[in-house]
Design a protein around this ligand. Structure first.
Ligand SMILES: *Cc1c(COP(=O)(O)O)cnc(C)c1O
Length: 397
């Protein structure tokens, strides 16, 4: 990650097909498009990669989460349980629908804690959204069991974990609905784009219509199509889909590089007894987009972060004080800084956040360092990086 590091001929050729036809729109204009349907082709490729019945491309990963929830009927006043360690998109996508984000602790997997999920369930809970952060997953069997027991929808945000799996199933394909992002810094990138995957035909049809103003897409002239229900514009463009199509063909190659680079660094850090690694649940296979490790305490993690910076080790973060990914710095959420009025249900849920004890999550996030695994590193660069990281950690202990 990210896939843009290896852009080449394949991406260029796919984009040129679209430019040559002049049709940048994914729907309609049949006669003008020289037979190019890049979005449809990308949907078919994703369907095969993720062993899923249905794929709906959308304009971003954030849009994918909103569309996934909307397509299953989640909306005003419904509570959606989500983790405190994720990306701001998670609560944005929930609140966009007027639904209520309920934030809960993570565990040693760095994903949502099944016990915290169960404890947060109320009669208003409609869905649980797991976020497969940094290429790995939570304890999906336990989370699925909680959802089954309480008849809750399970939505998977696998935006950072494309290519990972759990008990042989691709991440994103385990829940009722899965979401991917192809934004500029993801493993598969097309600039901006996302996908919703599901085996549920009704959710798929809803997602297909909802993401295009409620259009029914019955295959007649677009102007004559009707709107069975209200929608919005979350469409992807053919230009973006073309880049995505080139990239998805290269996913196995990207995953192989990620795993190789991750393994070299992990092997080096494994030689330090004080370093431990994020728990990957049994049956889980990471996508290797990030390497996550723990130091004995927050002070050491802070020292290591500092030392990495001083020694030119980029793309490694301690998320404790990060304002994109961890609740501690989400003041705009906690203070409900909104351009438009927010419902009382949302206000009530958010007002509880300020005093809520998330020390369990602090315990993991405070000691964690998360390093992006790049695709373009040379063998020499990786070995040099691994050695420098090791030296930095040893001197910080
Ligand atoms: C990137 C990301 C998103 C949002 O994707 P965009 O395509 O940037 O909107 C959502 N969730 C997670 C965990 C992400 O990393």
């Amino acid at each position: 990650m990210p896939g843009f590091e290896l852009f080449g001929e394949l991406e260029r050729n796919e984009v040129n097909d679209v430019l040559d036809s002049g049709v940048l729109m994914r729907y309609g204009f049949d006669g003008m498009r020289n037979g190019h349907w890049k979005s449809k082709e990308l949907e078919a490729a994703l369907q095969e990669s993720f062993k899923t019945n249905h794929v709906q491309l959308v304009s971003s990963g954030t849009a994918a989460v909103s569309v996934a929830l909307a397509s299953a009927g989640v909306g005003a006043g419904d509570e959606v349980i989500m983790p405190v360690f994720t990306f701001v998109a998670s609560f944005e996508a929930i609140m966009m629908l007027g639904a209520v984000p309920v934030l809960v602790d993570i565990d040693e997997t760095l994903a949502v804690d099944p016990k915290a999920v169960e404890a947060a369930i109320t009669p208003k809970t409609k869905a649980v959204m797991v976020v497969q952060m940094c290429g790995s997953m939570g304890n999906m069997n336990a989370i699925q069991a909680v959802c089954d027991k309480h008849s809750l929808l399970l939505v998977e945000d696998a935006c950072q974990a494309i290519g990972g799996s759990y008990n042989g199933k691709p991440l994103g394909s385990i829940g009722d609905l899965g979401c991917f992002s192809f934004d500029f810094v993801k493993t598969i990138t097309c600039g901006e784009g996302g996908a919703v995957i599901t085996n549920n035909k009704e959710y798929y049809i809803n997602a297909d219509h909802y993401s295009d103003h409620g259009h029914d897409h019955i295959g007649i002239d677009r102007g004559a199509e009707t709107h069975p229900f209200l929608g919005y514009n979350f469409r992807i463009s053919e230009l973006h889909a073309a880049v995505g199509l080139a990239q998805i063909k290269r996913l196995p190659e990207f995953l192989e590089i990620q795993k190789k680079n991750y393994t070299i660094i992990r092997d080096a850090l494994s030689q330090i007894p004080e370093v431990t690694f994020r728990t990957v649940p049994e049956g889980g296979e990471e996508s290797y987009s990030f390497l996550n490790f723990f130091l004995p305490d927050f002070e050491t993690a802070t020292k290591v972060s500092q030392s990495f910076k001083e020694n030119g080790i980029d793309a490694c973060w301690n998320y404790y004080n990060n304002n994109w990914h961890y609740i501690r710095k989400w003041d705009h959420l906690k203070d409900l800084k909104s351009l438009y009025p927010i419902s009382n249900e949302v206000k009530e849920s958010i007002s509880k956040l300020k005093d809520k004890d998330f020390s369990k999550s602090d315990h993991y996030i405070g000691r964690n360092i998360s390093c992006l695994i790049k695709l373009s590193w040379t063998e020499e660069e990786i070995r040099d990086r691994a050695n420098k990281m090791k030296a930095s950690i040893l001197e910080s202990l």
